[in-house]
Design a protein around this ligand. Structure first.
Ligand code: ADP
Ligand code: TRP
Length: 340
């Protein structure tokens, strides 16, 4: 579907939908981010004939990190991960949120249509603000900038994790408030949440997350990758005894990446005994190298060609601004502001 204002529920037909999603630049993307967010978004975009919009939410990152060097590095890591995982910059639009300043203008306008209590009651705001000594207005209006990110591009489908469901509801509420007061202006987006997408476990069995420091970075060099795999927590069943695959963190990760044959082969080894966790960890290490061979090669290439990455982002921002400036003019006109 093109940028026309069409509120029909057509989004079951992913082939016509404009897909958009963003990831914050808050660290190195780990196996959980790749299997839970990046790969599913790229797979969905392959089903659409429309260009998809993928961006790095580096302005959102400022709500938690104000360290210039760290932010710059993390932005690069996230960009390289998207490209290494197969983002096609010929078809899709890939850009930095901060390279499209129109989004901040739209966010301000949307702020004026957003009831204060809706933001004050948002789960994510309540959770994140709890332990902070300074709660910024940026954190408070985080969902409004996210709404601007989405409706700025007439997006139809937004692949996100379950934790972002409420932010999509807020987006729709703000866009509807605007449409109701000033006439059809914005496309109402839908969240695309894969309920069956499991939470990828970390090396300690909890959800893999940067905040628990329990992650596996598939783009680490072999030595560091092996080290993180060897530190996966296992129980102390002696080598000779049979082991329970269903309670083992190594097996849980192996199963996510292996073929059914490889999985049942490893299961049999666990059940037979005389097979140690060290051997299972080595098998997981080899499997990660095999499954992500192409992604790793691409990533290491990009690491040596950072200018290429930056150029892709600059070209992407130009394409994004072609769309955002038109939508912003549509909004300006509705509000009696000068059309630029
Ligand atoms: P983190 O918890 O490491 O800070 P983010 O909150 O930045 O990760 O998540 C970015 C994206 O990756 C989100 O869409 C989120 O749903 C997905 N994601 C993060 N961790 C996992 C995981 N362990 N399993 C599945 N998806 C995940
Ligand atoms: N809030 C999202 C997250 O933390 C990132 C994000 C910002 C986003 N803007 C977006 C996701 C727009 C989808 C669409 O995961």
């Amino acid at each position: 579907m093109k940028s026309g204002i069409n509120q029909k529920k057509i989004y079951n037909f992913a082939d016509m939908a404009r897909i958009l999603t963003g990831i914050q630049s808050s660290g190195k993307p780990h196996l959980g981010n790749i299997l839970g967010a990046i790969k599913p978004a790229l797979n969905l975009s392959k089903k659409s004939n429309e260009a998809s919009f993928f961006f790095i939410a580096d302005l959102h990152t400022l709500t938690s990190s104000r360290d210039a060097k760290k932010n710059q590095e993390n932005t690069l890591y996230v960009a390289m991960a998207w490209l290494a995982c197969g983002l096609d910059t010929q078809k899709d639009v890939f850009y930095l949120q901060s390279d499209v300043p129109e989004v901040c203008e739209l966010a301000w306008i949307l702020n004026c249509f957003t009831p204060f209590p809706m933001l004050a009651n948002a789960h994510s705001f309540k959770d994140k603000s709890q332990n902070l000594s300074m709660v910024s207005s940026g954190l408070f209006t985080y969902p409004v900038l996210m709404a601007a990110d989405i409706i700025m591009y007439d997006a139809n489908l937004v692949p996100v994790g379950k934790d972002q469901k409420q932010h999509l509801e807020i987006t729709r509420d703000i866009a509807s408030a605007f449409n109701n007061q000033l006439g059809e202006t914005f496309v109402l987006p839908e969240a695309f949440i894969q309920e069956e997408m499991m939470t990828i476990p970390g090396i300690d069995g909890r959800k893999m997350s940067k905040s628990y420091n329990n992650y596996i970075n598939i783009f680490d060099d072999e030595k560091a990758l092996k080290k993180s795999i060897l530190s996966i927590v296992t129980d102390s069943t002696p080598l000779e005894q049979p082991k329970n695959p269903d309670t083992c963190n190594v097996f849980a990760l192996y199963k996510l990446l292996a073929t059914p044959e490889q999985t049942s082969d490893l299961k049999n080894k666990y059940l037979a005994g005389n097979f140690g966790f060290g051997q299972a960890k080595n098998m997981l290490f080899e499997l990660i190298l095999e499954v992500f061979k192409n992604e790793r090669e691409k990533y290491f290439y990009l690491e040596k060609n950072k200018d290429f990455v930056d150029n892709e982002l600059i070209k992407g921002a130009q394409k994004a601004r072609d769309v955002s400036s038109k939508v912003l003019n549509r909004v300006r006109q509705k509000l009696g502001l000068r059309v630029l």
